[in-house]
Write a protein that binds this ligand. Sequence first.
Ligand code: ADP
Ligand code: MG
Length: 476
Amino acid sequence: MEWESVIGLEVHTQLLTKSKAFSGASTKYGAAPNTQACAVDIALPGVLPVFNKEAARMAVKFGLAIGAAINRRSVFARKNYFYPDLPKGYQISQYELPIVAKGRVTIDIDGQEKVVGITRAHLEEDAGKSLHEDFHGMSGIDLNRAGTPLLEIVSEPDLRSAKEAVAYLKKLHQLVVYLGICDGNMQEGSFRCDANVSVRRKGETKFGTRAEIKNVNSFRFVEKAIEYEIERQVELLEAGGKVVQETRLYDSDKNETRSMRGKEEAMDYRYFPDPDLPPLVIDEAFVRDVEKTMPELPDAKRARFIKDYGLSPYDASVLTASREMAQYYEETATASGQPKLAANWIASELSGYLNRENKDITQSPVTARMMTGLLKRIADNTISGKIAKDVLDAMWSGEGDADTVIAKQGLRQITDTGAIEKVVDEVIAKNPKQLEQYRAGKEALFGYFVGQVMKATGGKANPAQVNELLKKKLAG
Ligand code: ADP
Ligand code: MG
């Protein structure tokens, strides 16, 4: 039996505002428990929420980036439920009228473009955290996170595999970080996702019953959780069973999803407009204002790199992965006047070092200026590409810029024809047998002679000149 999976994601992004969505308390991560929870956040009687305009600015920025309409009037509602980390007994969220309407995000699947619909994005507040460690037989409650503004981004059920879901999630992550509205830190929970998964027989037009996997916080776990869930549902259906609509939890240690609770319906939450908050009204001027702060977006930047610098689509993707990486590349490409060379050296060599040591470009010990220096020496033939790798290694280890390393280690390429000729003569004199065989027709020995000359010069002889001289001399 052929099965098709259907996936829709709900992504919670923590907005990078300094203070909370409805209070003046700080949103900074990592403070001692409950030191950043004010009267509003802990729901003392009589307090009133005041909306943080900065959160609206960020939501509008996102809406513009995905080509969505911005609803000029959106409404905050109360979503009622009980949980110890929610002292008000309700979460303020947008329900019927979200701030951001339908939009779209384009993902790349094996070189093929696919458009993923965004149903909506709405503002809401985060809850606090229950702490289960260090409290023997009890739980602790930390309300520092309570009231932190979130933008929940809901996708259409357009995704058809775990791989597509991850590609979409990565694209969204890149986008919110580019926009500067979220720090994207998944370990700290700034970017987390619920995955809705169902399966159906190929050719079937109706969707199957879905299960929702809650709060997965790494790209790898999202992929594994969805893959596991697809397999579970297919096995269940093939055995004649039925998928029940429910909320499940992913256990990364066991790599499985487990039932948490039955799926609650919207009516269970008794949504109603929050009487303490007026509707959020956004005028044209506000939107135009936000528009002026829009950076160049990843897709546009990538297309520009391909066009202006002649980069391959792959290199352009690597070099626009983050704004910082793109800036590093452009600075190097421009200053060295070698855009192609710069792309090769940054997208493969330097990225190799960064990946090995799990660093991002802002932590690279080789600055854009140092990389420029290296490329200039390759371009003007001071060093060969092979020696340049040694120079990069030395720069990475903190031995100074390219010129310093080249001078200190005597790596300057030998381009003096006389000097190379001398070595070539010596090598030929030392290998009479090989010379005889070569002249008798064993042409493969040419490489042997090249190798001997390079060895004798410590790899510093200009390879083109060595080739030319050897050809002439070996011919006799
Ligand atoms: P809620 O989970 O709060 O009830 P929705 O009903 O709007 O919200 O759905 C949330 C997510 O579930 C969306 O991302 C949507 O694309 C996805 N979804 C809806 N139906 C299915 C389905 N049958 N299979 C997979 N995903 C689905
Ligand atoms: Mg949901």
